[in-house]
Design a protein around this ligand. Structure first.
Ligand code: SOE
Length: 372
């Protein structure tokens, strides 16, 4: 039975998710057949152009009408954050399974409403934190679960970009709290705190600092300048429930860093280091190696023994950023016919939002704040 998909969003994430739907059946033959039924946008010309370029059967600008269609099984929400809640509530009401881009919502209240709605409707739900399914990151998870790192002491992560440094850059929706919920914190910090939770467990409390370096930006309509109402950068200290401690940092002002999401985990038996700028490699140190041979070794995570290995190319043939979306879609659509739920789901979305809230509160109050 084919799964007919409706994608809401035609920009960067719409493009990335479309690539995943186009490829999943080609490289994961056991996946249910995907039909790219309709892509939904706001502007008719842009949406038609996206339909043609990304390979969708239809284009629409009437999101509620598409939500109500009986021939749609899966709704994929890849829009700016302020639209996630209304779309997810409607999709759940219509009995659709849902994939939603991160962060789940702009507030914990909205995230909670979305979780309640999918639970009440009994629909499967997934939060598109694609980096969990980069093979090197999934391998780090395997190492931790196998005990190869032992007891975890540290998780330190940073997500660095530099696209917002120019004062001439207009006040895009990402600089407007109403539209985006927060700045680097929710956009980039959500990724690394989700990885922290995925790899090291729940976060208990945080202390933090946020900063907005450029406080006014030119209005998009040329009518002067408008205030930036979100953070440009944040840094946080975190304590995990299982006892590990960590640091998180994200910014859009790290000159030269285009999209560097990197973490290091230190445990009693070893360490791992991941860097999205070199995403096929995982650096691994084991205390069990002979003393005169100890050192970080580089694992190229593209062999058939590695997560998602054997689906793409022969051993050692590297893959890219977009493959993590295909892995995510594959795992989710494989769960649709079963009783298993794949993570991260909307429950993770609520938990991630609670951590984001705690970081914002900690920065504002200059105190430690508990999560949840
Ligand atoms: C922009 O900061 C962005 O596209 C994020 O929104 C994505 O989640 C991240 O993966 C890449 O950068």
């Amino acid at each position: 039975m084919a799964i007919r998909v409706a994608l809401f969003g035609t920009k960067f994430m719409g493009k990335a998710h479309s690539q995943a739907y186009r490829n999943v059946n080609k490289f994961f033959p056991d996946a249910p057949q995907i039909e790219m039924a309709v892509i939904v946008g706001r502007n008719p010309e842009e949406t038609e152009s996206a339909r043609s370029a990304f390979g969708w059967q239809e284009a629409s600008t009437d999101w509620k009408a598409v939500m109500a269609r009986k021939d749609i099984d899966l709704v994929d929400i890849a829009t700016p954050g302020h639209l996630h809640c209304a779309m997810a509530l409607e999709a759940a009401k219509q009995g659709k399974h849902i994939i939603c881009e991160k962060p789940l919502a702009n507030t914990t209240t909205e995230a909670g409403q979305m979780l309640d709605a999918v639970k009440a409707a009994g629909v499967k739900n997934f939060l598109m934190h694609n980096y969990r399914r980069v093979p090197a990151v999934s391998l780090a998870k395997r190492f931790i679960e196998d005990g190869r790192l032992g007891k975890i002491f540290h998780f330190r992560a940073r997500y660095l970009q530099d696209w917002a440094m120019s004062e001439d850059l207009p006040r895009l929706w990402r600089f407007d709290k109403e539209a985006s919920g927060s700045g680097a914190l929710g956009d980039l910090g959500a990724h690394i705190l989700d990885l922290g939770r995925y790899l090291c467990g729940e976060i208990r409390d945080v202390s933090a600092i946020t900063e907005t370096f450029i406080k006014e930006r030119p209005a998009l309509d040329g009518s002067g300048s408008q205030p930036v109402t979100v953070d440009d950068a944040f840094a946080a200290c975190i304590r995990f429930e299982q006892g590990a401690i960590g640091t998180l940092e994200a910014t859009r002002f790290a000159a030269g860093r285009k999209n560097q999401n990197t973490f290091e985990i230190n445990g009693s038996k070893g360490s791992v280091v991941f860097d999205l700028e070199d995403l096929n490699r995982l650096q691994y140190f084991s205390v069990d190696d002979d003393r005169d041979a100890q050192g970080f070794r580089t694992i190229i995570c593209c062999d058939d023994v590695h997560p998602y290995g054997g689906h793409w190319w022969p051993d050692g043939h590297i893959i890219g950023y977009e493959h993590s979306f295909t892995h995510s879609v594959y795992d989710f659509v494989m769960s649709l016919g079963s009783s298993t739920d794949v993570k991260p789901d909307f429950e993770d979305g609520v938990r991630n939002q609670q951590v984001l809230d705690a970081i914002e509160k900690a920065a504002a109050s200059r105190t430690w704040v508990g999560v949840g």
